[in-house]
Design a protein. Structure first.
Length: 506
């Protein structure tokens, strides 16, 4: 590791009073972002019925948030390093609350798309700032590991709470209620955060290079759009063009960072094998998991007939495992080693995904619940330790940019996972043998088949649904096998790249 990226511990800095109360404010933001990421999927059928978007508009409603978020994470992390992480967190939280109202009361598809894009801008300020502030709040390495564990556990809990809370709200209120739950949480965050959070920034940051911001935004949006478009519609003209433009923009972004005296992102960070290994492990883990988790939710609802609330509860073991593992991950990594905990966690996820290759339409919940519990525990160990490694590998002044790199890996991994594993599921599904009289729309998705069955005679609907569900499960098991291979490969990469990496004990 070069001296330019070696973390420095300022003399005289001890344990800051009120740091745990300040952490409680930060996890509010994490909880909200995690919940918001999962509730939209449940609300989509209601939004479709009310706003009547076209198929293309519906895709943009679902995707534009992640496009903008992925494109701005590095820029917003770097901006927080410059103007103050507390400031950007509080401004972003206030904006997130205001834009949530715009989402809740959107009356046309166009307004909804714009509102989701603005929510992505606000969301990009939150996650990097929270992790960077933890780096500055907790100077004791062991306390910081525990704080990161709490941070990661809250994100996992929010992912599980989202479907449960969303299911309850949608059973009693209109779809806009899933956005309005953001308001009280953001209000508490802003009011309490003003008093409890310390301000931190880079002493001599240099200007915020707008050309780099534009290249980063264009590059990430181009790449993520190409991946998602390919997953949805195959190789057309727009996806390769967007991918090439995005890759070119990212190439220019990287070259520009090497020549700027004060770059938006210091590319020398990647010379640290620990930093690069942790980021790669995160990307591959999310890639192998995200698509499968997305389709597993459909499996619970559309194959096994669970209601949204019940499906949310069915996925709860993953959050329980992640919370429990995240809280002890730092201590475990110090007792054994970083690479053994990360590689072991990823291997556990891979083996659990391999176990899911044997599921069928009527598979009992004990196997599913046990697999999800181990998946959550493996992710809790891995993500918590890699986040600690990433923060410990950089000076405090670059904590925002480093955190943003980590979050960008998550977003890119999610986009790639849904595209790669999603294409496996949809590719197998579309060829299911349908009885005569089955509408073409039934071959697009299992949800479309379930909807089409309501307008078909029972004698035709039942065999069509059975064939569709069987094909969906076959695709899901193949995707689980691919995910297992990806996670086991990630485990091997982590074992090699995180060799001799240790968490700070001083």
């Amino acid at each position: 590791m070069t001296s330019a990226i070696r973390p420095q511990t300022p003399v005289g800095e001890g344990r800051r009073p009120g740091r745990w109360l300040a952490l409680s404010v930060l996890v509010l933001a994490v909880l909200l972002v995690a919940v918001d990421a999962t509730v939209l999927g449940l609300a989509t059928p209601y939004i479709s019925e009310d706003l009547a978007p076209t198929g293309s508009q519906l895709l943009w409603i679902g995707d534009v948030y992640s496009f903008v978020l992925a494109g701005l994470l590095v820029s917003m992390g770097s901006l927080g390093d410059r103007i103050g992480r507390k400031r950007i967190l509080l401004y972003g939280a206030a904006a997130f609350g205001v834009v949530s109202v715009l989402n809740a009361y959107a009356h046309t598809p166009e307004v909804m798309i714009a509102a989701r894009a603005l929510l992505g801008v606000a969301g990009a300020t939150l996650m990097p700032a929270t992790l960077a502030l933890i780096r500055n709040l907790f100077h004791d390495p062991r306390e910081r590991s525990l704080a990161i564990g709490v941070w990661g556990a809250t994100a996992s809990a929010g992912t599980a709470v989202g479907p449960i809370l969303g299911g309850l709200l949608l059973e009693h209120f209109w779809w806009g209620s899933v956005f309005l739950i953001n308001l009280p949480v953001m209000a508490v965050l802003v009011v309490v955060g003003i008093k409890l959070l310390p301000e931190s920034r880079t002493p001599e940051p240099g200007p915020w290079d707008l050309t780099s911001v534009a290249l980063s935004l264009a590059g990430m949006i181009g790449v993520v759009y190409a991946v998602k478009e390919t997953a949805s519609h195959g190789f057309g003209a727009s996806a390769p063009a967007a991918g090439l433009l995005g890759a070119a923009a990212l190439y220019l972004f990287v070259r520009r960072q090497f020549v700027l005296p004060k770059p938006l992102l210091d590319m020398r960070l990647f010379r640290s094998r620990g930093f690069s290994g942790a980021v790669l492990a995160d990307l591959l883990t999310v890639l192998g998991l995200s698509g499968l988790v997305f389709f597993l939710s459909q499996y619970f609802q559309l194959v096994q007939g669970r209601r949204p609330f019940e499906a949310g509860l069915a996925e709860l073991p993953a959050a329980i495992g992640a919370v429990a593992a995240g809280l002890i991950a730092g201590r475990t990594a110090r007792r054994f080693s970083v690479r053994s905990v990360v590689a072991g966690g990823l291997s556990a996820i891979g083996l659990s995904l391999a176990a899911l290759t044997v599921i069928g339409q009527s598979t009992g919940y004990p196997l599913l619940g046990a697999a999800l519990l181990v998946v959550g525990a493996g992710a809790g160990f891995s993500f918590t330790v890699t986040a600690d490694v990433i923060l410990s590998s950089v000076p405090k002044e670059q904590a925002g940019a480093a955190s943003a790199v980590s979050e960008t890996a998550y977003e890119l991994g999610a986009a790639l996972g849904i595209a790669v594993l999603g294409s496996i599921v949809t590719g197998v599904y579309r060829d299911f043998p349908a009885p005569p009289g089955t509408p073409a729309a039934a071959h697009e998705s299992l949800g479309s088949a379930v909807e089409a069955a309501t307008h078909m005679p029972a004698a035709t609907a039942e065999p069509m649904l059975d064939a569709a569900r069987e094909a969906f499960v076959n695709g899901l098991t193949l995707a689980a096998g691919a995910g297992a291979a990806i996670l086991l490969s990630a485990s091997a990469a982590a074992w090699l790249m995180l060799k001799n990496q240790q968490l700070d004990n001083s």
